[in-house]
Design a protein around this ligand. Structure first.
Ligand SMILES: [Fe+2]
Length: 241
């Protein structure tokens, strides 16, 4: 029952979420039982064409992300002590939890960010002045940052993510994580708050780019929603003081 609204939306849209409403309560749970929910995409499945094809988006969101949500709920419902924890609380204690929760909580958090920090090609704007200054200070220029981020994404062996994070000292860093791990997790090699992340699992790009991960990483900048990344940067900087 908990996914009935989403299922109905998908059915009505025929998998093409052209009407996608704003994301609210993205990590909502019910009060008594863990029931994380998959929010609709904030745009239609073909909105990121030609950079990311509609079929990839439909499968990635409707199948892969849905599976992370379903498996997370299944894992949490087997342990009553976890029922009232937020997704961030789960990430902060993954070292003490089963891998099923680590993988699926990470998968849910990571993909929820991923959908939000993308937008139709050409509509994502530019980094805010504050973010642009921070990027220049850390990496030299936006172009040098993009090159370093691409290198990190290419160097991630196998499945994983490349991230731009705000470190606890407020500065920026590029890091990578394997599988569905992220820098919010306990024990992360480079802890911080992700404000931008690219999914380098093959399921994110294989239909259009096959083995050409570098081409995907290059093209992906066309669909980065810099307004949302800048908003997340401002929030993260405020939190670290
Ligand atoms: Fe993915």
């Amino acid at each position: 029952m908990r996914f009935s609204i989403i299922a109905a939306c998908l059915a009505l849209a025929g998998g093409n979420l052209a009407f996608a409403p704003p994301i609210a309560a993205q990590f909502a749970t019910t009060a008594s039982t863990a029931a994380f929910e998959l929010a609709p995409l904030p745009y239609s499945t073909d909105a990121l064409e030609p950079v990311i094809d509609a079929q990839t988006m439909a499968i990635h969101h409707g199948k892969h992300h849905q599976a992370y949500v379903d498996n997370l709920n299944r894992a949490i419902n087997s342990d009553a002590a976890l029922a009232d924890l937020s997704i961030e609380q789960l990430l902060a204690r993954v070292e003490t939890l089963p891998n099923s929760i680590r993988n699926n909580a990470g998968g849910h958090w990571n993909h929820t960010l991923f959908w939000q920090i993308m937008a139709s090609p050409g509509s994502g704007g530019q980094p805010s002045q504050d973010l642009a200054h921070a990027i220049d200070a850390q990496f030299g220029s936006l172009e040098e940052f993009k090159a370093a981020f691409k290198s990190a994404g290419l160097a991630q062996f196998g499945s994983g993510w490349a991230w731009l994070i705000v470190k606890p000292d407020g500065t920026l860093a590029i890091t990578t994580t394997a599988n569905q791990d992220n820098p919010l997790m306990a024990g992360a090699k480079q802890p911080g708050t992700p404000i931008l992340g690219n999914d380098v699992w093959e399921h994110a790009y294989y239909l259009r780019y096959q083995n050409r991960r570098g081409d995907y990483l290059d093209a992906w900048w066309q669909v980065v929603n810099w307004a949302e990344v800048s908003r997340r940067f401002a929030v993260a900087r405020e939190q670290v003081g």
